[in-house]
Write a protein that binds this ligand. Sequence first.
Ligand SMILES: [Zn+2]
Length: 121
Amino acid sequence: MVKRGGKEVVTVEIFKETYDVMKANAEKKRWNTKDYINMVLMEVIERDRFLQSYAPSLSKIGYEHNILFIRDAKKSKTAEIYLRDRALYCNVCDSKDCVHIHYALALPETAKLFLRKPIRK
Ligand SMILES: [Zn+2]
């Protein structure tokens, strides 16, 4: 096992287009690209840990057709989160401010909802 700075390292392949964005982001913050990528990945791990402790009964099922599906084990329901009037909306709670919305805001898929045009129902 190779070590760098006292920590074991492994080599992985990253898509060039992803690497280029990460490199540009790192340069903007005057970070070393490798350290920046490791920091971003660590934040993802920490976010997932946080979500598990913050809302242990919730889990992301998937994302399809501009709808984010979040399983609520406590309610035995699946919340559909989507954009309505330029805000996130939850069909289970009929609300724009509920635990499912809070959970959704921490997920990267939520950014996709804002990048695409809202669906008309
Ligand atoms: Zn809800």
